[in-house]
Design a protein around this ligand. Sequence first.
Ligand SMILES: Cc1cc2nc3c(=O)[nH]c(=O)nc-3n(C[C@H](O)[C@H](O)[C@H](O)COP(=O)(O)O)c2cc1C
Length: 186
Amino acid sequence: MNKDRKVAVLVGSLRKESLNRKMAKALIAMAPAPLKLEIVEIGQLPLYNQDYEANPPSEVLAFKQRIQESDAVLFVTPEYNRSVPGLLKNAIDVGSRPYGKSAWEGKPAAVVSVSPGVIGAFGANQALRQSFVFLNMPALQQPEAYIGGAAKLFDDKGELISDSTREFLGKFLQAFAQWIERIAAK
Ligand SMILES: Cc1cc2nc3c(=O)[nH]c(=O)nc-3n(C[C@H](O)[C@H](O)[C@H](O)COP(=O)(O)O)c2cc1C
């Protein structure tokens, strides 16, 4: 039996009724062993400012520690203007500095992008991958998870009601679990 793999889940929306947060909760509930998914909040982080690098705020230190303690990172994000929401990009930037002390270094990553629109936040999903290259985060390539039409996927209680989406996400999580083990074995 593999040891637990802690996965930090970052949600790129602060909205109370966020479809992405509903999706993150659905993923947490269905994650297979050895994955242990947990949301790491990012709304409390200050806007990145190089001036505070010498003496970072406690929120920044706590956030970086949570990421460093994780075995992998799962990004669940909407698309804003065909790219990554500023909230999530800020968290990435905050976690990446000071230079040489990035919390992201070597962490396996995966992306689920979620939109009520038809192209499943493809632009945000791809833009995130551009950052992964520089951050040295080995990213799961397949299956890609562009979840479109997301307003119809959840009931009033926020439960995922689409069987086909659930089936797809199950395969996605299995692939991510295998990917994490592959990277850990290196
Ligand atoms: C500033 C802003 C820009 C947006 N740009 C896009 C976009 O480029 N592509 C898209 O599919 N949806 C776009 N949307 C709509 C979001 O996909 C939609 O609001 C979605 O529900 C946000 O995710 P959430 O439900 O997790 O908050 C945008 C919304 C906002 C507020």
